[in-house]
Design a protein around this ligand. Structure first.
Ligand SMILES: NC(=O)c1ccc[n+]([C@@H]2O[C@H](COP(=O)([O-])OP(=O)(O)OC[C@H]3O[C@@H](n4cnc5c(N)ncnc54)[C@H](O)[C@@H]3O)[C@@H](O)[C@H]2O)c1
Length: 244
């Protein structure tokens, strides 16, 4: 018995990093997964990985900050797997610059992917749940950069603080319909953060891994909490932000 048996979950940015870990864990817990990913090859590879392990998955490629793509994720869940139970909004990018050096495009691109990229799949899911008179679960991806601040991330931190606020408001709006909305603030070593980790810390991690110790920074570590927040076992939890 898995936590998500017979459930259908959409995970955005699921082609690599934290999103890949979330997609694999949701599938391992029994869910059929819509692997939403900008990079078509990466998305297909994760969908295939799930299928090879005996799970069910479909890859949908495109930009989740585009409303046609966001709507197509819910459509894929319904058409391929018969419904939608949870959405994990995870897709994101960085364009770090201090504010004085930040271009209009650095600002717009980051705010667009994170805020529109969270709003549009959330709206599509809430509309589907409303039309079908049922509840569901939403997990959004904030960051300590938004909650505490981080040098050089004015665009990203502002977007991530916005995501935490958005999640709380969605929790209020969804409460009567049985829709939960929670956010996570993860930390993991991925393509996004590899260059940000000081060499000394990377060396220490490599030594710890060579000794067979637990990989504190593995992106897969984020996934168990997210799978729980996608499940009905967490129906009493909403409007929270979890550091992971
Ligand atoms: N890694 C960390 O320590 C950390 C910390 C705080 C928050 N986060 C957040 O976690 C999430 C995942 O980050 P990660 O570290 O796994 O990064 P990553 O770069 O390894 O993976 C992000 C994935 O999202 C995809 N993506 C980007 N824009 C997209 C779009 N518009 N549409 C569809 N897919 C898109 C990318 O192609 C990539 O596969 C992001 O929202 C990030 O801001 C990460």
């Amino acid at each position: 018995m898995g936590l998500l048996d017979a459930k259908v979950v959409v995970v955005t940015g699921a082609g690599r990093g934290i999103g890949r870990g979330e997609a694999l864990e949701c599938a391992a817990q029994g869910a059929a997964v819509v692997v939403a990913e900008f990079d078509a090859d990466a998305g297909e590879a994760v969908a295939k990985e799930i299928e090879v392990a005996g799970g069910r998955a479909v890859a949908v490629s495109g930009d989740v900050a585009d409303s046609a793509v966001a709507d197509s994720l819910v459509r894929a869940a319904v058409e391929e797997f018969g419904g939608l139970d949870a959405v994990v909004n995870n897709a994101g990018i960085l364009r770090d610059k201090t504010v004085a050096k930040m271009s209009d495009d650095d600002w717009d691109a980051v705010v667009r992917v994170h805020l529109r990229g969270h709003f549009l799949p959330t709206r599509a899911a809430m509309q589907y749940w409303r039309e079908n008179k049922r509840g569901g679960h939403l997990v959004h991806t904030a960051s300590t950069s938004g909650l505490l601040g981080n040098f050089g991330q004015g665009n990203y931190g502002a977007a991530k603080a916005g995501i935490a606020a958005f999640s709380t408001i969605v929790a209020q709006e969804g409460a009567r319909a049985g829709i939960t909305s929670n956010a996570i603030a993860p930390t993991a070593l991925t393509r996004m953060t590899l260059d940000l980790m000081p060499q000394e810390a990377r060396d220490q991690r490599d030594e710890a891994l060579a000794r067979g110790e637990f990989d504190f920074f593995a992106p897969e570590n984020i996934a168990p909490l997210v799978a729980f927040l996608c499940s009905d076992a967490s129906s009493h939890i909403s409007g929270k932000v979890f550091g992971v």
